[in-house]
Design a protein around this ligand. Structure first.
Ligand code: CTP
Length: 411
């Protein structure tokens, strides 16, 4: 057996369904491939397979509610930190629902909530009706956008005595998925490490163009994609400045500059670009602003009178930065389109002197404004378009940064 998981730390979280007995084989499969395996299980899982069996096979103590109660250490936090991959198998509908909502009322859920493992895989197993229930589908989707990947249950003979979808996937499928994701992660870490120490400037959110002191023109952009890019760049070790029109929660390591209007955003970006290596324009910049915003709140006009606003064009931040690009600087833009994605993205690449345009069809399922996921087509000069997603915006952000690192390498 090839040691494809040599020295990888795998945390297997076992929940209480009939398929829990298969956890024994899963531990063996991971061990055979050279992984270190530790197990955390719920009390319900212990009803299907004794902790002792999994302890002997993994050669490690198993964390249970009972063992946790008897130790002085905060074992679940240590275990959560130790893992390179968290594998929840089998995952019951109940545990998935709690995971999706951040509930931590047993040691397994506490460990999952505390885990920042780079690879997180869930392999559900349950009754077919439970799997088909919209609540389960909703919870699974939430977990996918939180960064979990799904090994779908198989169709087969269920404990209920009939054939349907809900059986735990083949153990080989689960093991291969974990292997594949850990390998991808190592390759990704390697390429993203190129961004370490580089200064990356990112814009985010829909700009707000004042109409009067209480109103503004804006659009549907939430800023989530830009914030995800900032987080991905920070994780890669970059020095990140995020110029955003909206405030969202983010890591304290990211320098956030709030700039609401296109003009304010342009000047914050220009200041940050003086010594920057990379610019990513994820903001949905309003193309127009009021020629002269009202100084006082606009009152309703006479009964039948309309109101005409006089608009002028805003500066194009991406184009301004693209045209003023210094040697070595990489400039990336977005193109949010509702049709002719490739043509429009390619035209924007030329027009704005960008190194890459990330096109997204905002009408596609799983893409667009205020979603937690995205689907993109990355357009680079002279290369075939590169597709990514549907995936979490953080995963898409990493794909974009990988291309940035690749552009730097190609130079
Ligand atoms: N952009 C910008 N400043 C503007 C308008 C757009 O920096 N005033 C940037 C966006 O951040 C994005 C890219 O340009 O990275 C493309 O934006 P988009 O709104 O798709 O295109 P526009 O250039 O506005 O063209 P159009 O509205 O005609 O599609």
């Amino acid at each position: 057996m090839k040691k494809t998981l040599s020295d990888k730390n795998i945390l297997l979280a076992v929940t209480g369904g009939i398929a829990a007995y298969k956890a024994a084989e899963l531990v063996r499969a991971f061990k055979k491939r050279g992984a270190n395996v530790k197990v955390v299980m719920t009390a319900a899982a212990e009803g299907f397979i004794p902790a002792k069996t999994l302890a002997i096979l993994s050669k490690e103590d198993v964390l249970t509610d009972e063992s946790q109660a008897a130790t002085a250490e905060v074992a679940h936090v240590q275990l959560a930190r130790w893992a390179d991959a968290l594998v929840v198998a089998p995952a019951t509908a109940n545990t998935l629902a709690k995971m999706a909502n951040g509930i931590a009322d047993n040691v397994l859920l506490e460990t999952i909530l505390a885990s920042a493992a780079p690879v997180k895989v869930m392999a559900p197993a349950m009754n077919d009706q439970m799997w088909a229930n919209p609540a389960t589908a909703r919870n699974v989707n939430t977990l996918i956008s939180d960064g979990f990947s799904l090994v779908e249950p198989d169709t087969g003979f269920l404990a209920e005595g009939y054939e349907a979808k809900g059986r735990l996937a083949e153990l080989n499928t689960i093991v291969s998925q974990v292997e594949e994701e850990l390998n991808e992660r190592s390759a990704e870490d390697e390429i993203l490490s190129h961004l370490k120490g580089q200064k990356v400037v990112i814009t985010a959110g829909g700009t707000r163009e004042p109409i009067d002191p209480v109103r503004f023109l804006t659009n549907r952009s939430s800023g989530k994609m830009g914030y995800a890019l900032a987080e991905a760049a920070r994780l890669a070790g970059a020095d990140v400045t995020l110029v955003a029109s909206v405030k969202r929660d983010c890591n304290a390591g990211i320098k956030v500059r709030i700039a609401e209007s296109a003009e304010a955003m342009l000047s914050a970006v220009q200041e940050a670009m003086v010594d920057a290596d990379v610019f990513i324009s994820a903001a949905a910049v309003s193309d127009y602003r009021l020629k002269e915003p009202f100084t006082d709140k606009v009152k309703k006009q006479g009964d039948d009178d309309g109101l005409t606003l006089d608009l002028v064009q805003n500066p194009d931040i991406l184009k301004t930065v693209g045209m003023a690009k210094k040697p070595g600087q990489i400039v990336v833009g977005f193109a949010a389109e509702t049709k002719d994605l490739l043509e429009n993205a390619t035209a924007k690449l030329q027009k704005k002197n960008a190194d890459m345009i990330v096109g997204n069809d905002v009408t596609k399922a799983g893409a667009g404004f205020d979603k937690d996921t995205n689907v993109v087509t990355m357009v680079r000069d002279g290369l075939a378009p590169i597709e990514a997603g549907p995936a979490s915006k953080l995963a898409i952000a990493k794909e974009i940064l990988k291309q940035v690192a690749d552009i730097q390498e190609q130079r």
